[in-house]
Design a protein around this ligand. Structure first.
Ligand SMILES: [Zn+2]
Length: 223
């Protein structure tokens, strides 16, 4: 085990950031290079439904009726996922979780009970104009079976995986992006208030003008 892995074992990070901030790309790199396990609640819900676990059956019924998923049910799934990773000493990133005060309170209570004290919340920051520039510059492979996504800094015109031409992503319309970004500051503020009340350690990582290597390096230095 190298030094970085020792330092990061059992650390839990909760990642938040506006769409286009590079949050997902950073998480993926931490998974590949430092062995972080990434929680996506969407994938977790799909897994439970597909496996028809007792929680999955409850979930399926709620989704079918068009009801929201209660915090207690969501946390039951997250808790099982998290405990399994922590028991193996794995560092963890909760991508966009917890997103409600109920989920956050349940998580903090659970961590206190298990005497876990390495929980940190990271807000990835990027100015709206830079996000718009990045998202509008994104390209996607025109091959329907491939659909690989390329960032704005990618200069090639064909897909590196299948050779098909690259095209602009259709959902990356400026007004759609601006609408999503318009909602973000109020959402962030509500999360900040919640975490301050729970006395959780908060980090803000401004990635303006940084390459992915620089973002990765800056994050590694925070570990
Ligand atoms: Zn392709």
């Amino acid at each position: 085990m190298n030094q970085v892995q020792q330092q990061t074992s059992s650390v839990i990070f909760s990642f938040f950031g506006p769409p286009g901030s590079g949050k997902g790309t950073l998480a993926e790199r931490l998974r590949v290079e430092l062995g972080f396990e990434i929680l996506s609640t969407g994938n977790l819900c799909r897994f439970h439904i597909a496996q028809q676990t007792p929680l999955g059956k409850q979930l399926e019924e709620l989704v079918h009726k068009g009801h929201l998923i209660p915090d207690a049910l969501m946390f039951s799934m997250v808790k099982a996922w998290l405990d399994e990773r922590l028991s193996k000493g794995k560092p963890v990133i909760l991508d966009g979780f917890p997103r409600t005060p109920g989920q956050a309170t349940a998580l903090i209570e659970h961590l206190n009970k298990t005497r876990h004290n390495h929980f940190r919340v990271v807000f990835i920051e990027l100015a709206d104009e830079e996000i718009i520039k990045r998202l509008l510059g994104r390209k996607v492979c025109s091959n329907k079976d491939c659909q690989a996504i390329y960032s704005a800094i990618h200069t090639g015109v064909t897909c590196e995986q299948c050779g098909a031409p690259l095209v602009r992503r259709v959902d990356d319309k400026e007004e759609v992006i601006r609408e999503r970004l318009r909602l973000y500051p109020a959402y962030k503020e509500s999360l900040l208030t919640m975490y301050r009340n729970l006395a959780v350690r908060i980090e803000e990582l401004d990635v303006a003008g940084m390459s992915m290597d620089e973002v990765f390096g800056t994050f590694k230095a925070m570990l």
